[in-house]
Design a protein around this ligand. Structure first.
Ligand SMILES: CCCCCCCC/C=C\CCCCC/C=C/C(=O)SCCNC(=O)CCNC(=O)[C@H](O)C(C)(C)COP(=O)(O)OP(=O)(O)OC[C@H]1O[C@@H](n2cnc3c(N)ncnc32)[C@H](O)[C@@H]1OP(=O)(O)O
Ligand SMILES: Cc1cc2nc3c(=O)[nH]c(=O)nc-3n(C[C@H](O)[C@H](O)[C@H](O)COP(=O)(O)OP(=O)(O)OC[C@H]3O[C@@H](n4cnc5c(N)ncnc54)[C@H](O)[C@@H]3O)c2cc1C
Length: 680
């Protein structure tokens, strides 16, 4: 079956001409209607077409061009991103894109780390989440109209993960009804917040509240940093850019110091905790409610892991169809490198993972909106589950996506190392996701701690009912059960796949719990006992998160089946789900073998089934990446161009290299000529 219709996307940036014949052939041989899968991924035909209109508008607009980005200095890149911000605002007005969703779509299409990312992603959400109604009324209209630009200033030079260790102080002065913000030490300097260095006029600062020498914990405060007239820093404020980074050049991550800066009392965001005029402090209803914006951003980050990985896989799969190396036998044509099993084994599990994470993103979005509904009704009961689940999924998805981008880059051989492949910058700009919004390892401890607690409760109280994704912790009998997938066919049974993931997670939780007890029996207190099991806690969190991802993928396919999705689409999604499930068992085989859950009786058919799945995906590989529907602008890659004119595009883009502006190299006269022409 061929694709039901061609995607309505312009081929920008790529060199025009007849498309690569191999890609044309691959597209014609897809076993499912590509367009229908695109609709499924983006939420229907209407929404897909809307996204395409925005993507096309961006892709054909010279202000948003990306192809020269590699040749710009850091300062030029920052300026260019500001130019893009201004144009983004013009387009909102011109095309009436006033809804939050439209603006999010537009930013996504622009596809750059713009210095307003923190404004929309954390500054505004913190006002919404933590501000009183009056505070929202005051600041939201200004922020939404970009009359003020803000960021989220929490991390300091000395502390990021350990929020309770932050040193910036906000001391309440009852006599003037003001807070005095101060950075008492060098390590109290705010360090890293995006767009803080040069762009923001305001920020939400996290500081320890002190009232009459009493420590009241870390709270958010609204602070103006720069004049709205001339952008100069206000009195008492030292602010600037933190300097060169691994990448992320378009973002002015900044530093900030306060020298006894005074702000009015109503600049503390007081939705949950309050300071009255006389200095009376009212505690929040939940001690971690001020951390809510981070939970929001973690959920957002989980949602973007799929699309980021999907971009890398799209580039690598298309290129691997165009690229040919070696005939199998002399005299035969050379093979597309995607025909090699090793290439498929590297790329197809990542393709499957990009689809798996798509459904994880849907799941966490739903969980987050239920959680927000509860919060609005003062119900914080879901907060621990939301925090723990999002912390674990954020870690697993960003780790896998980061490593996956690098695998894609390496799979493109030498051309993958060229920045023109788009993969080095995709990787370099993405990997901080493993660190920001909570270092992944530290986040894993949060989930593991939650699981250990629930496991302990379930042990202490048989018959206790735990919520959906953690209900397996009730069933310690699961530990005695063994895998019975002794044939290739049995490995395709979702119930057996889930059983394996549940069993592994429970085993690791139980093992950790036992070790914790053993450490305490050796005389350690609980704190030191936890320190002795920390690397196992990371494994626990990952194992549980894998289970959550797979469970959601399996459930999503069941729901699609029930809602009448066509057989060819269901078939291809099931194949991807199977590959996801089996690949990550194969990757962590030691976990499953260690406790005798699996033996060689099961591993042989497992490996064989994985090989079959790779073969099954091969004819659909191009169609499966096409279904993500990225424009050439979004991919920013000479290797991933839709028309497959890889070599023409690489050649043309390389001509832009500034060194090629002259035939004779700069420096020739000083450094090359003297030794070339020196007498022997
Ligand atoms: C429509 C969408 C538009 C979006 C547009 C986006 C545009 C995108 C642009 C750019 C993208 C990239 C931007 C990146 C920006 C990056 C920003 C940042 O990095 S901000 C700083 C982030 N910092 C962190 O994440 C710090 C991590 N540290 C912590 O979270 C905490 O310190 C901690 C590690 C969790 C520990 O906290 P603490 O010491 O206070 O607590 P503990 O004593 O360990 O635990 C006590 C109990 O509290 C529970 N807990 C902890 N945190 C939470 C929480 N958040 N919610 C609920 N409960 C929590 C903890 O589990 C303990 O529970 P018990 O065991 O006692 O039951
Ligand atoms: C690109 C980028 C953008 C950022 N944007 C912002 C922003 O807008 N606003 C903002 O406020 N911050 C921002 N940050 C800061 C970011 O949130 C922190 O860097 C992050 O939370 C990690 O904290 P840290 O740097 O203190 O790491 P550390 O905690 O110092 O981590 C260093 C190592 O120590 C380990 N470790 C730490 N604690 C423990 C423990 N208890 N047990 C065992 N191991 C431990 C970690 O696993 C890690 O391996 C940004 C960072 C980056 C890189």
């Amino acid at each position: 079956m061929s694709s039901s219709s061609k995607p309505n996307l312009p081929v920008t940036n790529a060199v025009n001409g007849p498309p690569n014949a191999d890609l044309v052939r691959e597209r014609g041989a897809a076993s499912f209607p590509v367009r229908d899968l695109t609709y499924l991924v983006y939420g229907g035909q209407e929404r897909t077409e809307h996204l395409e209109r925005i993507a096309n508008m961006v892709a054909s607009d010279p202000v948003f061009r990306k192809t020269d980005r590699f040749f710009l200095s850091r300062t030029e890149q920052y300026r260019r991103s500001l130019e893009k911000v201004r144009h983004y605002k013009e387009l909102i007005a011109k095309h009436n894109l006033h809804s939050e969703l439209d603006q999010q779509d537009l930013r996504q299409a622009i596809d750059e780390d713009l210095p307003i990312g923190l404004h929309v992603g954390m500054f505004i959400p913190t006002i919404v989440g933590q501000g009183t109604d009056e505070q929202q009324k005051k600041w939201l209209p200004l922020a939404r109209a970009y009359k003020i630009i803000g960021t989220y200033a929490q991390t300091e030079l000395g502390h990021g993960s350990f929020i309770r260790g932050l040193e910036t102080v906000a001391t309440y002065d009852k006599s003037t009804q003001e807070f005095v913000l101060n950075s008492p030490t060098l390590t109290a300097t705010k360090w890293w917040p995006g767009a803080l260095g040069k762009t923001s006029t305001h920020c939400v600062v996290f500081a320890r509240l002190v009232i009459s020498d009493r420590e009241c914990g870390v709270h958010p405060f609204m602070v103006q940093l720069r004049s709205l007239e001339n952008h100069e820093p206000l009195k008492g404020i030292t602010v600037g850019d933190i300097g060169p980074k691994f990448a992320y050049e378009t973002m002015d991550n900044g530093f900030l110091r306060f020298d006894h800066v005074r702000i009015p009392r109503d600049h503390m965001l007081m939705r949950f905790a309050q300071v009255a005029a006389d200095g009376t402090y009212s505690t929040p209803p939940h001690s971690k409610v001020s951390y809510a914006t981070m939970v929001f951003m973690r959920a957002y980050i989980i949602g973007t892991a799929s699309s980021t990985l999907a971009k890398a896989v799209t580039i690598a799969v298309r290129y691997s169809c165009v690229r040919k190396q070696f005939p199998l036998r002399s005299g035969e044509p050379e093979q597309q490198i995607l025909n090699y099993q090793n290439q498929q084994a590297a790329l197809f599990p990542l393709l499957a993972t990009a689809y798996a994470f798509h459904f994880t993103g849907n799941y966490i979005r739903q969980m987050y909106s239920d959680f927000v509904r509860g919060m609005r009704a003062q119900d914080f009961s879901v907060l621990p589950e939301m925090h723990a689940t999002s912390a674990g999924l954020k870690s697993l998805t960003t780790w896998i996506a980061s490593a996956g981008i690098e695998t894609c880059r390496a799979s493109c051989g030498g051309h993958g190392y060229s920045k023109l492949s788009g993969l080095p910058s995709l990787y370099a700009n993405y990997i901080p996701a493993c660190t920001y919004e909570g270092d992944n390892t530290v986040m894993c401890f949060q989930l593991a701690r939650y699981l250990l607690k629930l496991y302990g409760k379930a042990q202490a109280k048989p018959g206790l009912r735990l919520p959906g994704n953690v209900s397996y912790l009730e069933k310690s009998t699961l530990l005695d059960e063994r895998c019975d997938a002794s044939t290739e066919e049995l490995w395709l049974d979702p119930a057996r796949q889930l059983h394996a993931y549940r069993n592994r997670a429970l085993r690791l939780v139980a093992n950790c719990a036992n070790r914790l007890v053993a450490e305490m029996q050796k005389g350690k207190d609980e704190v030191l006992a936890v320190e002795a099991i920390k690397s196992d806690m990371v494994k626990v969190a990952k194992a549980h998160s894998y289970y959550v991802v797979l469970n959601n993928f399996v459930n999503a396919i069941e729901q699609l089946r029930a809602s009448g999705t066509s057989t060819p689409i269901l078939r291809v999604l099931k194949t991807l789900c199977d590959l996801f499930a089996l690949h990550f068992i194969q990757a962590d085989l030691g976990d499953f073998l260690e406790y005798g859950y699996l033996s060689s009786l099961h591993t042989e058919p497992l490996h064989a089934q994985i090989r079959r799945l790779l073969e099954a995906i091969r004819p659909d590989a191009v169609a499966l990446v096409d279904a993500f529907n990225f424009t050439d602008h979004a991919l920013g890659s000479a290797l991933g161009v839709h028309n497959g004119r890889v070599y023409e595009t690489l050649f043309e883009w390389a001509q832009q290299e500034p060194l090629n502006k002259t035939q004779v190299a700069p420096g020739y006269h000083e450094y090359i000529k003297p030794f070339l022409l020196a007498k022997m």
